[in-house]
Design a protein around this ligand. Structure first.
Ligand SMILES: [Zn+2]
Length: 659
C-alpha cells in the first residue's frame, strides 16, 4: 500500500469513528461523558499512574498471561486442534481480554507501538481459536463442546462479554476491525441460540449485558441492544440451570431472586451486582426504560446508605465475595474486592449520566481514590485482591492471583481515566473530576478548548483556561463534592464527629469572585466567554473527622480521617511498627505535612496523640504522647507488610486496642 492510499484510509477510519461515536448519543441521558479519546490527561497525580499502568502493570499482566500461566497458550491449543488439555480455570480467557482492553486504552493515549504489536499478536491467536459457528471459549473447546451452554455458572457469557469490551476498545483505539469482526461473529452466533422464542439464558456472572450495549454503540446494530435488554429480563424468573456450586443455589448470590426492575436490596456477589446495574443503566440510557432507573436508585441507596465502607469499598464478606446484612462492615475482615470498587466507578458514572446528579460522582470519586486505587501498588506490579480497612500486618500485595480478575481491572480503569472527568450535554459543560487535563468541545459557533490545571487531590484549587476563536455563551458546571458542602457521604451512614466543617466552594472568573447557582450538586456559572478567560474553582481542603452510624458496630467509638477525596490510615511503617495502639481523642488536632511514600509525594496528616505502650514488666501499659502520622489509605502496604488502621479509637475505653 502506498503512503497516499494509507493516508486516505486513516482519514476514512477517523471519519468512521467520529460517525460511530456520534451514534452513541442518546436523548435519555442528562450528562454524556466525554470519551477519554478526547481528553488529554496531564495531571500530576494521575498521569504518572497512567504511565505506570501502560508500562509496569501491563508488563506484569502480559508476563503472567503469556509466560507464567497458560492463558494465551490455551488459545494456541484450540487453534492447533490436536486435542491438548486445557490448563487453568474456565474463566481465565477473561483475563486475556481485560488486559487487551487496558492495552487498547494505553495504546490510544501513549501511541506505544510495541504494545500494539503485542495486542495484534494476541488478537491473531484469539481469532484463530474461533470456531466456524462463531463460538469462542478455550475451556469448552478443549474439554468438550457437547457441554457448552449447559451450565450458566461457567462464565461462557462473562468471558465473551470481556472479549466484546476489549474488541470495542481496540477498534476505538486503532481503527483495526479484525477483533471487532470476531466479536460480531460471536454475538450473532449467541443471538442465533438465545432470545425471545429461542432458548432462555441467565448470565451466571453478569458482564455480557453491558458489553452488548458497547457493541451496539459501535455497530449501531439494534439487535445487540435488544439482546442486552432481553438478558436483563431473564433474571428473577428462576430460569437458571446447571448451577453446580452449592452456593449458587442461593439466587441472591447472582441477583436472580426477583426481576431486575423489582429489586430493592443489594445482595450477593458484589462484582456481579455492579456489572448488572451498569448494564441495566446502559440499556436504560438507550431505551429510556424508567423502571430500571427507579429500581437502581432503590438498590443504590441500599448500597450507599447501609453497605458501603468509608473507602468506597463494597462487599464485606469473603464467603460470597459480597454483601451480607445491612450495616455489617467489619474492618479487618473487610473483603472489598478491587473489582467491586472498579464496578462502583462504572455504575456510578452511569447513574450520574442518567440522572444528571452529582452525588453519584461523589461516590465514584470515593471508590476511585480509595477502594479501587488501593488495589495497585505504587510500583505498579503488585496487587491487592481484597482491600481491608485494618490489618495486623499479615496482608501483602501479590504479583498475581489464581483468580486474576483484579490486576487487569484496575489497569483498564486507570488507563481509561479520561472517561470520567468531563461531560457535555444540552449545551452545558460538566466538570465531574478534578484532574489536570484538556479537552476540546464542539459549541454552537465553533470549538472551545477547556484546560484544567490543578494539584488535586492535595490542593483544592482548579485553574481552568478557556480557549476559542469566537465568543461562546455556555453554562459550565463544576461538581460540588459532598465533603466540600457539609455532606461526608450521601445518606447518613457517615457524619462529622464534632461539627460540620465550614466549607463552601468559591468560584472566580478572571480573578474576581462570582456568584454561582447550584443545581443537582453542581456549581454553575453561565455567561458569555471570550478567548483566554480563566475560571478558578476552589474547594476547601479541610481535615475532616468522620464517624459512622451507631449500627456500624465495628466503628463504634472511632473516627476516620478524610481530606478532600482521600481517606487516611495509620500504618506501622510511620509509627514505630504499630497502628493499633493509637488513640485519636475528640479534641485531637491534625495538621497537614508534605510526605513521601517511596516516590509518591503525598499530603500526610500529623497530630500529637496518646499512644499505648507496654511497660517493661510486660503486663502493665501506659499512655504516652507521640507524633503520629496518617497517610493516604491507597498508599499503605508499599513499604513491607505493616499493621494498619483506618478507624481510630477515640478513647482507651474502646476494645481492640492492641499494643
Ligand atoms: Zn477482582
Amino acid at each position: 500500500m502506498n503512503s497516499r492510499s494509507s493516508k486516505k484510509n486513516v482519514f476514512f477510519i477517523g471519519l468512521m469513528i467520529l460517525v460511530l461515536n456520534s451514534q452513541a448519543q442518546t436523548n435519555n441521558v442528562k450528562i454524556e461523558p466525554i470519551n477519554f479519546s478526547n481528553v488529554n490527561v496531564t495531571d500530576a497525580f494521575w498521569k504518572p499512574k497512567m504511565d505506570l499502568v501502560a508500562t509496569k502493570t501491563l508488563d506484569a499482566c502480559i508476563y503472567q498471561t503469556e509466560e507464567k500461566t497458560a492463558r494465551i497458550r490455551n488459545f494456541e491449543k484450540v487453534a492447533r486442534k490436536k486435542g491438548e488439555a486445557h490448563e487453568g480455570v474456565f474463566y481465565d480467557d477473561s483475563d486475556v481480554f481485560k488486559a487487551l482492553e487496558a492495552m487498547a486504552y494505553a495504546i490510544k493515549t501513549s501511541h506505544d507501538k510495541k504494545l500494539e504489536t503485542k495486542a495484534d499478536q494476541w488478537i491473531d491467536k484469539i481469532a484463530a481459536a474461533q470456531l466456524e459457528d462463531g463460538y469462542l471459549n478455550t475451556y469448552y473447546t478443549l474439554t468438550g463442546l457437547d457441554k457448552r451452554w449447559t451450565d450458566m455458572s461457567m462464565h461462557e457469557d462473562y468471558n465473551a462479554g470481556h472479549m466484546i469490551e476489549a474488541a470495542v476498545a481496540y477498534y476505538d483505539a486503532t481503527g483495526k476491525r479484525k477483533f471487532l469482526d470476531v466479536v460480531i461473529k460471536w454475538a450473532n452466533y449467541f443471538d442465533s441460540l438465545f432470545g425471545p422464542g429461542k432458548r432462555d439464558w441467565v448470565t451466571g456472572h453478569q458482564e455480557l449485558e453491558l458489553a452488548l450495549v458497547k457493541l451496539y454503540r459501535v455497530t449501531n446494530d439494534k439487535k445487540y441492544l435488544n439482546l442486552a435488554d432481553w438478558l436483563l429480563s431473564e433474571r428473577g424468573k428462576k430460569l437458571a440451570k446447571g448451577y453446580t456450586w452449592t452456593d449458587w443455589k442461593d439466587t441472591l448470590y447472582t441477583q436472580d431472586q426477583v426481576p431486575v426492575k423489582e429489586q430493592k436490596d443489594i445482595t450477593g456477589h458484589a462484582v456481579r451486582a455492579m456489572y448488572l446495574y451498569t448494564g441495566a443503566a446502559d440499556v436504560a440510557a438507550h431505551t429510556g426504560d424508567k423502571d430500571y432507573v427507579t429500581a437502581m436508585r432503590r438498590v443504590w441507596e441500599d448500597v450507599v446508605y447501609r453497605n458501603m465502607y468509608i473507602t468506597g469499598g463494597i462487599g464485606s464478606a469473603g464467603s460470597n465475595e459480597g454483601f451480607t446484612n445491612d450495616y455489617d462492615l467489619p474492618n479487618e475482615q473487610a473483603y472489598c474486592e478491587t473489582c467491586a470498587s472498579v464496578g462502583m466507578v462504572f455504575w456510578n458514572q452511569r447513574m450520574n449520566s442518567l440522572t444528571g446528579n452529582a452525588e453519584y460522582i461523589d461516590v465514584l470519586e470515593r471508590s476511585l481514590y480509595n477502594g479501587a486505587l488501593d488495589g495497585l501498588s505504587l510500583s505498579g506490579d503488585r496487587f491487592f485482591y481484597g482491600n481491608p480497612l485494618a490489618s495486623s500486618g499479615k496482608n501483602a500485595r501479590k504479583e498475581w492471583f489464581g483468580t486474576a480478575c483484579c490486576p487487569s481491572n484496575i489497569a483498564r480503569l486507570i488507563a481509561s481515566l479520561g472517561n470520567y472527568i468531563y461531560g457535555y450535554s444540552n449545551g452545558k459543560f460538566y466538570v465531574n473530576l478534578f484532574v489536570g487535563s484538556n479537552t476540546n468541545i464542539k459549541v454552537p459557533n465553533g470549538d472551545m478548548q477547556f484546560t484544567m490545571a490543578t494539584n488535586y487531590p492535595w490542593e483544592g484549587s482548579m485553574k481552568c483556561t478557556l480557549t476559542m476563536k469566537k465568543k461562546v455563551s455556555l453554562p459550565i458546571a463544576f461538581r460540588i463534592p459532598g465533603w466540600a458542602n457539609g455532606i461526608p457521604a450521601p445518606g447518613n451512614l457517615y457524619s462529622y464527629e464534632n461539627t460540620i466543617p465550614d466549607t463552601k466552594p468559591i468560584m472566580l472568573v478572571n480573578g474576581k469572585e462570582v456568584i454561582y447557582t447550584i443545581e443537582d450538586g453542581y456549581a454553575i456559572i453561565n455567561q458569555e466567554w471570550k478567548n483566554n478567560d480563566v475560571v478558578e474553582y476552589q474547594l476547601p481542603m479541610t481535615i475532616q473527622k468522620i464517624k459512622a452510624r451507631d449500627e456500624l458496630l465495628q466503628d463504634n467509638g472511632r473516627v476516620a480521617l478524610q481530606r478532600g477525596p482521600i481517606v487516611y490510615c495509620i500504618e506501622g511503617a510511620d509509627n514505630n511498627g504499630k497502628a493499633w495502639n493509637v488513640i485519636a481523642p475528640s479534641n485531637s488536632v491534625f495538621t497537614t505535612e508534605n510526605f513521601s511514600i517511596l516516590d509518591e509525594k503525598v499530603v500526610s496528616l500529623v497530630a500529637n496523640l496518646p499512644v499505648v505502650q507496654i511497660n517493661n514488666d510486660g503486663l502493665s501499659a501506659q499512655t504516652v504522647m507521640q507524633k503520629v502520622r496518617a497517610i493516604p489509605y491507597y498508599t499503605w502496604c508499599n513499604r513491607g507488610n505493616n499493621a494498619m488502621q483506618v478507624w481510630l479509637p477515640t478513647s482507651l475505653k474502646n476494645e481492640k486496642i492492641n499494643y
